[in-house]
Each structure stands twice: as structure tokens, then as C-alpha cells.
Design a protein around this ligand. Structure first.
Ligand code: GLN
Length: 500
């Protein structure tokens, strides 16, 4: 088995036994990225070989000194919305094309302290707005299962990197589905923790009341290990939660069993218009599997689900219009200054050329929703509906431990299929947006194929019950083989690619 096929736990045991060095592990992944990525998925915006080799040497020194921390020497790819000191951080936008942060974000720093090796920064929809990674200002990323299809988004580069075996794990961000949906479409695990569980300090903001960082991995156990490293309070993020962090691996059982676990199936997540029959069939089979593991199932209603998209597309644009006001052509990166131009011209030209269409659409929508006269009718109303959506979940959780359903209504769609129709693109997040509005943890686990493409099962838990979600996901994973299926790009080795 080559090093790039291995999970975090497998790499860890080889590193800890000193069968392989962190430098060898890092180089195997970097070589694979350099040989395969440019001509296949294009997951990466920046590859940081020198930085990675430096970190790998430091990890080897720690390993030699007898340290055996679980992520020591493990490679990672970061979504290019997480700030990295001295390394360009673009948020997928031309307006930040040359932005080099002066500091690491909290999570970048925590991963570095844990001994991970950062291989580079991954492609994404501009400012995390999108569901396909086609809104990147630079180029679209492709799906490792079919290069003519999208990897999902907005964290498409991070999901594709794990699905193509460029890294055993990566980080993404999820505001309305951007970890879970690309996780589902690329056949990997994608986990959005409870809002506030992971620090957002140093994360370039899209919609601050929704944004949350989380991992992509190829096994649930790996996901738990990453969560152990990134979860927890941070005084630099005022919305970060004070709650103690359990050992997430402790929740995982050797023998998969869901005896006594009560799972709710929301009526609104099944038999809906636009849902692909193959996805529905795979998810129903997954639910039968959960039942055969001992789970008790019950049908429930989340009646305000139908207002989820409308609510999200008022709140998220409103927040983004405020957050993106700082990119004015004076501070940060892109600044277009013609000789003799006034300040207003600088604003107009820099924003006009620096921001893409979707970002402009949302800034305009959000500014409108916040303007006096419309604030009450749109923004305030959306906030009230947000509370109702959260209450739907609260009442279900009085009787159930978790909610299960599909992650996304379809499998990966062809590149270009939805770029002309924003509404069709927004519909991808039908099942992920309510969770985000309610601030709850949600995971997508590989649960089968439809037309040869991966389908994700979504498991949504109570606030701060990451352990419960991981336990259910793990039991499902251990009793199925879906997570062991490898994408065609994952099966392509770097040597063959070079000679092709
Ligand atoms: N696809 C959704 C949007 O475009 C969600 C994005 C996200 O979670 N960052 O806003």
C-alpha cells in the first residue's frame, strides 16, 4: 500500500513506530499532488512544499524525541479561507489574489502545534459562496469520481483533495452546507461541528452567525481525531463556546451497535421534488442498515424546512454585505488606482473588477435586505423564521437522539449545468441549510452510489453532541463498505500519470 492511501490512524502507527519519517510521508503526498493535480481535479490553489518540508523535519525531531501525538507528522490541506502567516490566502477571490496574512488563524496554529504538515491551500467558491467551486475566481475544481463533474462546494478543493488521496485530511468551512455537500459528492466524510465549537479566529468571514470550520476525512475515526485537535474555546473568538471538549474517539465503539438510539426521519427530507431516485434509494437502504444495527426509527416533521432557503438567502447575504465592506480597494490586496482617480473611483474599480458575479449579487441582496424600510420585512422576518426552524429541531430532539436523511438531493452534477441558474444551484443545500440556521452539528458519511457516483447520508445531532453524531456515523461506517470505495483519481498512481 502506498503512503497516500493510508488513513490518519494508519499513518500515525507507522510514524510512531518510526517505519517511515514525516518527511517521507509529506513528500509522497506532495509528489502525488504535483504529478496529478494540475491535469486532473485541480484541487489546489497553492502548494507549499518548502513550508511542508520544514514542518515535516520539525515533526521528525519530535517523533525522534519520543513524542507520539496522534496528528504528529500527518499531512493536511487547508481551504484557502483560513489565514496562514506568510502564505497567500485568497478566499478564492481575485480581490485577495495577493493577500499574504501577517498571522495564522487559531485553527491553523492549533494544527501546527499538533504537528500536522500543511501541504497547501485548496480551491473554493469565492468567499465560500456557492455549491460547486465554479465560483472560484481562478478555475473550477473537478470531481475525483468524474472529471466532467463538480466536486460540490464551496469547500470543493478540500473535499476533492481527500477524495483524490492528496491528503488524509483537510479542513473546510460550512455556512449552509459547504462541508457536508462536497463531502457527499466526493465520497468522503465531511463534518460541520456545532456553531461555536471550533474557533473562527483567522477565518475570512462570509456570514459570521453561520460560518463553522470542520474536517474532511476518509474514516469517522480520523474525523474524531481531527476534532480533538481543533475543538474548544478560544478567547480570540467571542462566539466560541466555553463548553469542555470530550475525547471524541471515546464515543466510537468496537462493535457497531445502535441499540437504544432513536433516529428521526423528517418527512420534508424525502420524496421531495428534484430529489434523484438513486439518491433516495441509497439513503433508504442506509436507513434500513441503521435499523438493523438496533436503532429505533420514527417519522417526524420539521415543518419550517420549506422556509430554510429563503431565510438563509436573506441572513447570509445580509451578513456578507457587512463583512465584505472591508474590501474597498484601499486595504488588503487588489487596488486599482488610475492616475488622477478619486477615492470613489478606487472603490468602484477595485470592487468592480475584484469581486465575481455571485459575490456582487449577494452584496446587493444583503444591502437591500438591511436597508431602512426593508429591514423589518426581510431581515428581521428572516431572523424570526430562523428561530422557528431551530424550534422544529428542539421539539424533535425531545424524543430523538439524532435526525437522519440525505445530505444532498443529487449526486455530483456536470460542470456548467447550474452556473446560469442561481436558484437551481441554491437548491443543492435544501437539506443542509436548516442545520446551519439552527447551529447544529451535522456529518455526511459515504452511503452508496447512484449512477456510479457517491451519495452521502446526513446525520444531524443536538447542539454540542458531536460525540453522538460521530458514534452513529461510525457504527454505520463500520457495518458498510462504502467508505472503502476509492475514486478513479485516487486509484491513479503518480508514476502512471507522469508517463501518460
Ligand atoms: N451553497 C451555500 C451558499 O452558496 C452554502 C455555502 C457555504 O456553506 N459556505 O451560500
Amino acid at each position: 500500500m502506498s503512503l497516500t492511501e493510508l488513513s490518519i490512524t494508519e499513518l500515525h502507527s507507522r510514524l510512531a513506530r518510526r517505519e517511515v519519517s514525516a518527511l517521507e510521508v509529506a513528500r509522497a503526498h506532495l509528489d502525488r499532488i504535483e504529478a496529478l493535480d494540475p491535469m486532473t481535479v485541480r484541487a489546489m490553489l497553492t502548494v507549499t512544499r518548502d513550508h511542508a518540508e520544514r514542518q515535516a523535519r520539525a515533526a521528525d525531531a519530535r517523533l525522534t524525541a519520543g513524542e507520539t501525538a496522534p496528528l504528529l507528522g500527518i499531512p493536511v490541506v487547508l481551504k484557502d479561507v483560513l489565514t496562514t502567516r506568510g502564505i497567500r490566502t485568497t478566499a478564492g477571490s481575485k480581490i485577495l489574489e495577493r493577500f499574504v496574512p501577517l498571522e495564522d488563524g487559531t485553527i491553523t496554529q492549533r494544527l501546527a502545534e499538533a504537528g500536522t504538515i500543511m501541504l497547501g491551500k485548496s480551491n473554493m467558491d469565492e468567499f465560500a459562496m456557492g455549491s460547486s467551486t465554479e465560483n472560484s475566481s481562478f478555475f473550477p475544481t473537478r470531481n475525483p469520481w468524474d472529471l466532467d463533474r463538480v466536486p460540490g462546494g464551496s469547500s470543493g478543493g478540500s473535499a476533492a483533495a481527500v477524495g483524490a488521496e492528496f491528503a488524509p485530511f483537510s479542513l473546510g468551512t460550512d455556512t449552509g452546507g459547504s462541508i457536508r455537500q462536497p463531502g457527499a459528492l466526493c465520497g468522503v466524510i465531511g463534518f460541520k461541528p456545532t456553531y461555536g465549537r471550533v474557533s473562527r479566529y483567522g477565518l475570512i468571514a462570509f456570514a459570521s452567525s453561520l460560518d463553522q470550520i470542520g474536517p474532511f476525512t476518509r474514516t469517522v475515526e480520523d474525523c474524531a481525531l481531527v476534532m480533538n485537535a481543533i475543538a474548544g474555546h478560544d478567547p480570540c473568538d467571542s462566539t466560541s463556546l466555553q463548553a469542555p471538549v470530550p475525547d471524541y474517539t471515546a464515543a466510537l465503539q468496537k462493535e457497531p451497535s445502535l441499540k437504544g438510539v432513536r433516529l428521526a426521519l423528517p418527512r420534508e427530507y424525502f420524496d421531495v421534488e428534484g430529489m434523484e431516485p438513486g439518491v433516495e434509494a441509497a439513503v433508504k437502504a442506509a436507513i434500513n442498515q441503521l435499523e438493523s444495527l438496533g436503532a429505533e426509527l420514527g417519522e417526524v416533521s420539521l415543518p419550517h424546512t420549506r422556509y430554510g432557503l429563503a431565510t438563509y438567502y436573506l441572513i447570509a447575504p445580509a451578513e456578507c454585505s457587512a463583512n465584505l465592506a472591508r474590501y474597498d480597494g484601499v486595504k488588503y490586496s487588489l487596488s486599482i488606482r488610475e492616475p488622477g482617480a478619486g477615492l470613489w473611483d478606487v472603490y468602484e474599480r477595485s470592487r468592480g473588477e475584484g469581486f465575481g458575479r455571485e459575490v456582487k449579487r449577494r452584496v446587493i441582496l444583503g444591502t437591500y435586505a438591511l436597508s431602512s424600510g426593508y429591514y423589518d420585512a426581510y431581515y428581521l422576518k428572516a431572523q424570526k423564521v430562523r428561530t422557528l426552524i431551530k424550534q422544529d429541531f428542539d421539539s424533535v430532539f425531545e424524543h430523538y437522539d439524532a435526525v437522519v436523511g440525505p445530505t444532498s438531493p443529487t449526486v455530483a452534477f456536470p460542470i456548467g449545468a447550474k452556473t446560469q441558474d442561481p436558484l437551481a444551484m441554491y437548491l443543492n443545500d435544501l437539506f443542509t441549510i436548516p442545520t446551519s440556521l439552527a447551529g447544529l452539528p451535522g456529518i455526511s458519511v459515504p452511503a452508496g452510489l447512484s449512477n456510479g457516483l457517491p451519495v452521502g447520508l446526513q446525520i444531524i445531532g443536538k447542539a454540542l453532541d458531536e460525540s453522538g453524531v460521530l458514534r452513529i456515523a461510525h457504527a454505520f461506517e463500520q457495518s458498510t463498505h462504502w467508505h472503502t470505495l476509492r475514486s478513479p483519481i485516487a486509484q491513479m498512481d503518480a508514476a502512471t500519470a507522469r508517463s501518460a
